[in-house]
Design a protein around this ligand. Structure first.
Ligand code: ADP
Length: 414
């Protein structure tokens, strides 16, 4: 009965003595190795199974490589300790029918006593197909994740197209309508001084051209941020003067809406490594938002101070505020508190996404504290660190540029 069980179980059974010499095998082992019982019995484990490494050795277990052989070590462990081992997985290189194969084997190894001698019983399963399936499953999972990421990208691109088309159309329609008005009034009206003069129309056209430039600049930057090619030009700058200059350049734009823009600082001077032009974009974006989302008359405060080895720049308004559940969302691309086409203010929901990316490229952080109806405070945290200036001598010095500011503020006034 035992012989029948021994031969009929669907796993290979191999018995080795205390020297790892094979003393018994069943039919499955013969089939696995494509060798007859006579060719296997009496041989060391690896030699019997056809271990490819054993071929160049005097005997299985004598080579340097054999020290890390999982089969040999497991059998020796069981023989020495008497403790069984279950589910040992091995991937030996075997010469089967003159062909090198690398089957995946799973073994259960137990110690038994035969004729008063310690023997190890090895139950061997060929799990190559299982392994192939699990590898395939892993590959399928990875592909599925890739597809879902691509779908997300595709959705984002569709959103981008829908948003961008609308954003392009609004200023273009305004430009076209203004040109038509100019045509009706005649070009000579440009030189008159009345309130409805051609000068006003030229201003509107210019304003909307700036909006288009801003949109295109933002789109180019989104692409660069997404592909990791957003180039930074770090220099050690006095961050206090930098923020003060940017704020001063924006005072006139705030005034046009009857708003006061006040700069205050707790520190006189602080050199930190930053890209001045990129920081300018962040500050201008925050200032233009503060102006845009504040009703006429009011004060916007820019403050700069030092805390925990960081420079903190705060831009505080008393405007419409942001609902708490949106305070993280607004930094994501295209997220706006009011995204309806009938919204009060123009904007694409790209500015804060770029601002956050720039601040993070400075190893900094940006956050907002806000209450609906009370106002918002945006805080930028920049680490205090310096760079080796010699390595970046080519970096151009920062200069404020009126046109850059006009572009950034282009969607405040229609
Ligand atoms: P947008 O071009 O739409 O202003 P942003 O990315 O700069 O794009 O801002 C995203 C959204 O965050 C805005 O649409 C607005 O809803 C909200 N937001 C930003 N700044 C303020 C602010 N100072 N006060 C109120 N809401 C703001």
């Amino acid at each position: 009965m035992l012989e029948s069980v021994f031969q009929s179980v669907p796993a290979g059974i191999m018995i080795v003595d205390k020297n790892r010499n094979i003393t018994e095998i069943n039919k499955v082992v013969e089939n696995m190795t494509m060798k007859s019982k006579e060719q296997i019995i009496g041989k060391k484990g690896g030699d019997g199974l056809g271990c490819y490494n054993s071929l160049t050795l005097l005997e299985c277990g004598t080579g340097h490589i054999c020290e890390s052989c999982i089969l040999k070590n497991s059998v020796e462990y069981v023989l020495n300790t008497g403790k069984p081992l279950f589910n040992v997985e091995a991937n030996p290189e075997l010469l089967i029918n003159d062909e090198i194969k690398k089957p995946w084997l799973r073994l259960n190894i137990l110690r038994t006593i035969i004729n008063e001698e310690k023997h190890a019983v090895l139950i061997i399963e060929d799990i190559s197909n299982e392994k192939i399936n699990s590898n395939l499953n892993n590959k399928i999972k990875a592909k599925e994740e890739e597809i879902s990421k691509l779908k997300e990208c595709d959705q984002l691109k569709n959103e981008l197209l829908a948003n961008v088309s609308h954003e392009f159309k609004t200023p273009l329609n305004t430009i076209l309508a203004t040109i038509q008005l100019l045509e009706i009034k005649g070009l000579q009206s440009i030189n008159t001084n009345d309130e409805d003069s051609g000068q006003k129309y030229i201003r509107i056209i210019k304003q909307n051209c700036y909006r288009l430039i801003k949109l295109i600049d933002n789109l180019i930057d989104i692409g660069k941020i997404g592909t990791g090619f957003f180039e930074m030009n770090f220099k050690n700058e006095n961050i206090v003067t930098l923020i003060e200059e940017i704020t001063l350049a924006a005072v006139e734009f705030a005034k046009e809406k009857g708003l006061k823009l006040i700069f205050d600082t707790e520190i006189e001077e602080k050199l930190i490594a930053c890209d001045a032009e990129k920081i300018e974009r962040v500050i201008l974006n925050l200032l233009s938002n503060a102006i845009k989302y504040t009703e006429e008359k009011g004060t916007i405060k820019v403050n700069i101070y030092e805390k925990d080895q960081k420079i903190l720049i705060s831009i505080k308004d008393k405007g419409e505020g942001i609902p708490t559940d949106m305070s993280e969302d607004i930094f994501q691309i295209f997220r706006r508190v009011d995204s309806s086409f009938t919204r009060k203010n123009e904007g694409s929901g790209i500015g804060l996404y770029i601002a956050k990316s720039i601040v993070e490229l400075h190893q900094g952080n940006i956050l907002v504290k806000s209450k609906v109806g009370k106002g918002s405070e945006f805080i930028i945290e920049l680490p205090i660190r310096l760079i080796d200036e010699v390595s970046n001598e080519a970096a151009a010095a920062y200069e404020t540029n009126v046109e850059r500011i006009q572009i950034e503020f282009s969607d405040i006034y229609k």
